[in-house]
Every structure is written in C-alpha cells, then in structure tokens.
Design a protein around this ligand. Structure first.
Ligand code: NAD
Length: 488
C-alpha cells in the first residue's frame, strides 16, 4: 500500500514553520470509515440514553485541563488564534459537551399520549451516521456543536475539518474517541473530494455543515442527489446598531471591539458593520479607537498580550489588502487601530486591524462579509432607515441593538432579519448555550445550541393505536371509522 498524501499545516504567524500534518483520506478509505461508523451506530442507538450519557461523561474526563492546554497551543499555532482565545475555545467545547449530556435526558424524553382517542408514542430516533463538515475559523467548537448533540442522541459522527485547521480538532477527537465504542466518532481529512465522498455515501443519513455560502451550494447539491438532509450554518454580515441612548462607556467599547476583532474578525457572528446615530458618530469613533489602543494588539498568537493574530492564509491576507484598497477607492477613510507587537514584523499573514469611516452601504466592505479585522462605521439619521439598511442583503445570521432602554432595544430587535439578535453586546459574549443559534435568509437553516440543537439530530417517529380499532370497540363506530378521515 502506498503512503497517504499528507496535508501540511503551516503556522500563519511564521509560515516556514510546519505545525503538523494529517493524511488525506481517499474516497475508498472514506467508505471504510462510514461502514465502521454505521456498525458502531447500530449498537450505540440500542444503548439507553442514560447509559450513553454515562459513557460520554467518562470519555469526556480525558479532555481535562492539561489536555485542553496542550490542544489550545496547537490551535493557536495552526490557526493564529491568540492563546487565551484558543484556550477559551477548547475549554468551551468541553463545557458544551457536558451541557448536552446534562440536557439531553429532558430534551429527548419519549412522549406518550394515552387517552380516549388512542395511544400515541413519539420516539426521538437518531439518523444514523452524521457527516460533520466544519470550517477553519473555530474548528474545535464548531465541530463539537455537531459531535456532542449527535452522539448523545444516538448517532455516530464522522468529522471532516478544514485542511487549514485540522490538527487541534484531530487531537480532541482522538482524546474523546479513546473512551467511546470503536468507530463511533472518527475524523477524516481532505478537501472537496473527501468531503463529497462523505456526503454522497449511502450510509450517511445527515450532513451538518458550517462554512461559506459557495461551498454550501456544492454540499446541498451533493446531499440532494442522495436525498440526505442537511443543517447549514453559513456566513453573516451582522449589523451592530447603536441607538441614540446607547451607553458608550469603556466596558461597552470593550465588548464591541472584541466582537469586531476577535479571531482577526474571522468569526461568522462578528459585528461586521456598525451603525451609529449621526450626532454620536464622532464620539463613537473616538471611543472605539481608544478602546482598541487598550485591547487590540497584533502579533504572534503565543506572545503574551497579543489579542489579534494573523489571518488564516496568504490568500486571505491578499484578499483583505484588496478590500482596504477598494474601501479607499470607494471614499472611505481607513484608520489603523490598536498596537503592533514586534512579533508581527515577519512574513506572517498579518493584517493591520482597521476602522473605516465614510463608506456608503454599497461599498464592498459594507455589503459583503469581510471575514477579517476591518470594520466599517456608518452614520444614520433615523431608526426606520437603519432597520432597512441592516436588513438589506441576503444574509441574516446575527445583529445587535445597543440602548440604555432594554424594552426599546427588544422592539427594534424584533424588526431585524437575523437568527440571533444580541442586546448591548455582540458575538461570543452574547451567546447562551440554552438559546438556539442559526441564520435566516441565506445564512442557513437548522439550529445549533439549545434544545433545538439536540433535536436537529433525531427524527420524531410515531406509533399510533387509534382507540376505535381496539379489540372490544363499538363495532358500528369501528366500521364507520374504517372508511373515514380522522375526526369526522
Ligand atoms: P468553506 O465553506 O470554504 O469550507 C468549510 C468546509 O467545507 C471545509 O471543511 C472544507 O474543506 C469543506 N468543503 C469545501 N468544499 C467542499 C465540497 N465540495 N464538499 C464537501 N466539503 C467541502 O468555509 P471556511 O472558509 O472554512 O469558513 C468560513 C465561512 O464559514 C465564512 O463564510 C463564515 O461566515 C462561515 N461560518 C459560519 C458559521 C455559522 O455558525 N453560521 C460559523 C463559522 C463560520
């Protein structure tokens, strides 16, 4: 047998350094993986929910603080995500797994109705093998959002992460899988060819995808060919709307700055365009720049004090440089923000965090998802206008409304076309494990987090015994009902 072709992942802060490598899974090998997953799943779905929770709890012990620390360092080096954020992501994945284990027994409870009309049993039946296809920007948590609910619900999971961040998630899966039945949780590697072999496999019963809208179309088409359902978490172009009474203190600026630049702005639910009342525009820009001076430091993700690392690839860096040039051509004033550490001096894929003012909504930086550390701030004159501007476009992932009056903020939030609206915050500081997250319009369908995020991995299957057809029922009524529609 020939040696597998390897995917090498470089450190985006120091591209000559190879952080690690993973073998590309050939389409033939994908078949073996899925068949093993299917075999494991059949036994796993026969295990009671309580026992599944126990087994997962024991397996999760291996994801202890020491292991989290080791994996976080790998994540920081392969992705450029600053170490505290990498630690946060891996630690949160462990917390989320425990959360799913704790909530599943209430969410997946079997409902029974037994009354004069008959007996109905509603069972939550797992799909079978779930294909989890995740992006590079938060490879550990975005995979765990699929792994944890799918496993607890009785499915097997095959993860295919992005070739741009395959290492930390491999470590997480190897760590967890050691405590699970063989084949139940597996990882494969590669690009579109491997991904499509997985999606098209006849034993894959559900595809869970997080990524961009272009790839979503290819995945949707491949899944449709084999009539496999999908859940899709796609891109966003989140508007952050500050109302005239918004509290603009240091803590508020700290939150909006984190929401904009964490992971170098490469977050689906980052605040990607900021709207501020015209009369408070200059005050906002000054406060934002001041907060960046405190909080934004560009550099090597392993250097203490660095809060913004490089972007993922040279191609991403070049795309963002063009976006800056386009913003200038479109009449925007581009302002550098934050500070730069010496470690950002080399040939890493660093992009200077910037704020852009004076752009119209049709400028590329405002109209499209930038996925980088560039944030446009626009003035508005009235609330109806800003709601219309926030709702323009095809994406509807997140949004935020900032106001001292929470009720007023909720009223405006209800008018926004977004799957999740944050009040007085945005991005990760506003997430809740009990709240379903996902997009409207072209930002996707299906949900992660919350009870819905678990129910995404089961189908409701029903057993029904109508009372009318029970032995001993009134023969005349039975005879009439034998030909009628229910309830008539
Ligand atoms: P991507 O769409 O390029 O890739 C995502 C995954 O799909 C990768 O694993 C990739 O290898 C795989 N893939 C590519 N082509 C495929 C094919 N033909 N068949 C099967 N798999 C294939 O996304 P990305 O660049 O890794 O991530 C960035 C995008 O993800 C952004 O648009 C971002 O907004 C979005 N995102 C959304 C959420 C959310 O929860 N809504 C979260 C994070 C990121």
């Amino acid at each position: 047998m020939s040696d597998p072709i390897m995917i090498e992942r470089e450190n985006p802060a120091r591209p000559l350094e190879i952080v690690g490598a993973v073998p590309i899974t050939s389409p033939e090998a994908v078949d073996k993986v899925v068949v093993a997953a299917d075999t494991a799943q059949q036994e796993w779905s026969d295990v009671s929910l309580a026992s599944r929770c126990e087994i997962l709890t024991t397996a999760a012990v291996a994801l202890n603080s020491e292991r989290i620390e080791e994996i976080a360092e790998v994540l920081a080096r392969e992705l450029g995500k600053p170490l505290p954020d990498s630690r946060g992501e891996v630690g949160f994945a462990a917390v989320f797994l425990k959360h799913c284990i704790a909530t599943a027994p209430q969410v997946l409870v079997e409902d029974v109705v037994d009354d004069d009309a008959g007996r109905l049993i509603f069972r939550h039946v797992p799909y079978g093998v779930v294909a989890a296809i995740s992006p590079w920007n938060a490879p550990v948590i975005l995979s765990m959002l699929k792994i944890a609910p799918a496993l607890v619900a009785g499915n097997a999971v095959v993860v295919k992460p992005s070739p741009y961040a395959p290492l930390a998630i491999t470590d997480v899966i190897v760590t967890l899988a050691a405590g699970l039945p063989a084949g139940l949780l597996q990882i494969i590697h590669g690009g579109p060819e491997t991904g499509e072999a997985l999606i098209s496999h006849p034993l894959v019963r559900k595809v869970a995808f997080t990524g961009g809208n272009v790839v979503a179309k290819a995945i949707g088409a491949a899944a449709a060919k084999v009539i496999t359902p999908t859940v899709m978490e796609l891109g966003g172009n989140d508007a952050a709307i500050f109302l005239d009474d918004a509290v603009l203190n240091d803590a508020a600026f700290d939150r909006i700055v984190t929401a904009s630049y964490a992971t170098s702005g490469q977050v689906c639910m980052a605040s990607k365009r900021i709207y501020i009342p015209r009369e408070r525009h200059d005050e906002f820009v000054a406060g934002f720049i001041e907060a960046c001076a405190r909080m934004v430091r560009l550099g090597d993700p392993l250097v203490e004090g660095v809060t913004v690392g490089p972007v993922v690839t040279r191609a991403a860096q070049e795309r963002l440089e063009k976006l800056v040039a386009d913003s200038v051509e479109s009449g925007g004033a581009v302002l550098d923000v934050g500070t730069v550490d010496d470690s950002a001096a080399g040939d890493g894929y660093f992009v200077r965090p910037q704020l852009v003012v004076g752009l119209a909504d049709n400028a590329q930086l405002v109209a499209e998802e930038q996925f980088g550390p560039l944030v446009p701030v626009m003035a508005y004159d009235d609330v109806d206008e800003v709601v219309a501007r926030a709702n323009a476009g095809e994406l509807g992932l997140g949004a935020s409304v900032w106001s001292a009056d929470e009720d007023r903020a909720f009223q405006i939030a209800a008018r926004l076309e977004a799957g999740f609206v944050f009040i007085n915050t945005h991005n990760r500081t506003g997430m809740s494990m009990r709240a379903p997250f996902g997009g409207v319009k072209k930002s996707g369908f299906g949900r992660e987090y919350g009870d819905e995020g678990i129910l995404e991995y089961v189908q409701t299957c029903v057993t029904h015994a109508p009372a009318l057809f029970r032995a001993g029922a009134d023969p005349e009524a039975t005879s009439r009902a034998s030909r009628a529609y229910p309830g008539q």
